[in-house]
Design a protein around this ligand. Structure first.
Ligand code: ATP
Length: 234
């Protein structure tokens, strides 16, 4: 469904991706782990068109998207939930969710507000409150809900557990597991490598702008080098 070949991108003076190859098949839930600064966020940002690819290719469902603007890519169904949540604090939860629906194209809506609320009941209780009054975990649920309103074909999640308590992280991952069971394709970038490997089928390990390793998540969870570098303190 996504085929990335020799992707290079970065920022002024910084080559953050140095030739990344990665494949995501339809219906898969795939993790990308790695140290701070390895290039994980840049990879998602380049996939969604927020950062421009310098070279290489990204084929999404048969279409080369690496030169397309972000709004075109999101209309194709590649929807990005960036790190830091980007909540519109002075708008209500309902308004935030409805904004997500603007990303929809002609594809039939798969998720509406009722479906988002059934997944995250706390949002239903707060629908007409300002989003800025939500806790970090509730905001994370809302931005996932907002992406669902855009009828994703692939959900790109950047650090969904950042700053959340273990209990709330568990709830967010339970929701992702449900979405995955419903057939949604999910790519998740996580510092919490333990959690990400436990939740996914396959994973990629990034180091300094390259894929250092990839394989079944369960194999990586038991790999001594991965345990030493990424799982030790978790
Ligand atoms: P983290 O978990 O810390 O976000 P990461 O693996 O997601 O790490 P990136 O954020 O993709 O890594 O960063 C890759 C490299 O690009 C780093 O050297 C980082 O300093 C640099 N970088 C990231 N964003 C920018 C930016 N907006 N402008 C300039 N350099 C950036």
């Amino acid at each position: 469904m996504i085929e990335i070949k020799q992707l290079k991108s970065g920022y002024r003076g910084i080559q953050a991706l140095k030739g990344v190859d990665l494949t995501v098949r339809e219906g898969e839930m795939v993790a990308i782990i790695g140290a701070n600064g390895a290039g994980k966020s840049t990879l998602l940002n380049t996939l969604s068109g927020v950062v421009r690819a310098q070279s290489g290719s990204i084929v999404f469902d048969g279409t080369e998207v690496s030169r397309m603007p972000a709004h075109t890519i999101s209309r194709l169904g590649l929807l990005h939930v960036p790190e830091g949540r980007q909540v519109l604090a002075d708008m209500t939860i309902r308004e935030n969710l409805m904004l997500g629906a603007l990303a929809r194209s002609r594809r039939a809506a798969l998720y509406d507000i009722d479906k988002v609320v059934s997944m995250f009941p706390i949002l239903g209780e707060r629908m007409d409150q300002m989003a800025g009054t939500l806790s970090g975990g509730q905001q994370q649920m809302m931005v996932i809900g907002r992406a669902l309103m855009g009828t994703p074909r692939v959900l790109l999640l950047d650090e969904p557990s950042l700053g959340l308590s273990p209990l709330i992280t568990h709830q967010v991952f339970e929701a992702l597991a449900t979405l995955h069971q419903e057939g949604l394709t999910i790519v998740i970038v996580e510092q919490n490598a333990n959690r990400a490997l436990a939740a996914t089928e396959r994973a990629y390990v990034m180091e300094r702008g390259l894929i250092a390793q990839h394989g079944n998540s369960s194999d990586l969870l038991n790999d001594p080098a991965i345990i030493e570098h990424y799982l030790g303190s978790a």
